[in-house]
Design a protein around this ligand. Structure first.
Ligand code: NI
Length: 175
């Protein structure tokens, strides 16, 4: 496996819409290697999610840690061609960061209860019900597939903070 280079904000690949994947492509050994490399890259940089465009691959897939408890040792989920349906109308503000926007945090409104239809790494249809933080992660990563970054979703820039100041002043607000 290899650690991949992560595109940073300003790289045009982060603003492109990724293309949907065919089931036959998903099973290709090179695509399976990309999945494993993305999982390794996400862990290397202590991320909770990493989307194809962030590693210069313009495809609709992401890897993420989608357990309710962020400290639990669950395996990374592989989500391909996701379609998100909100199951509750309300959004809640919460802190987000992004491996493509290093060392910055900001508050972003997201739906707290969603359903995600997608394909898994074997190309099988899956449907996940996600709430709270995992729902937030899935919405953030799916946005990457449409060229959207979390700054675009912020309703105010007032919460923007560097990671060091986040740890000093804001980490205690975190759920
Ligand atoms: Ni991100």
């Amino acid at each position: 496996m290899s650690i991949l280079k992560v595109a940073r904000m300003g790289h045009p690949v982060l603003r492109m819409r990724g293309r949907a994947l065919e089931k036959s492509e998903i099973r290709h050994p090179l695509f399976q290697k990309l999945i494993d490399d993305m999982i390794e890259t996400m862990h290397e940089y202590n991320g909770v999610g990493l989307a194809g465009p962030q590693v210069h691959e313009g495809v609709r897939m992401f890897v993420a840690l989608l357990a309710e408890d962020p400290d639990s040792k669950t395996d990374a989920s592989v989500i391909i061609n996701p379609e998100i349906t909100p199951l509750a109308g309300s959004r809640e503000e919460g802190w987000e960061g992004c491996l493509s926007i290093p060392d910055i945090r900001g508050m972003v409104p997201r739906f707290t209860d969603i359903s995600v239809k997608a394909l898994d790494r074997e190309g099988r249809n899956i449907e996940l019900r996600l709430k709270n933080f995992p729902a937030r992660v899935a919405q953030h990563e799916t946005d990457h597939l449409d060229g959207v970054l979390f700054f675009d979703r912020m309703t105010s820039m007032q919460s923007l903070t560097y990671l060091e100041e986040y740890s000093r002043f804001h980490a205690k607000d975190d759920d």
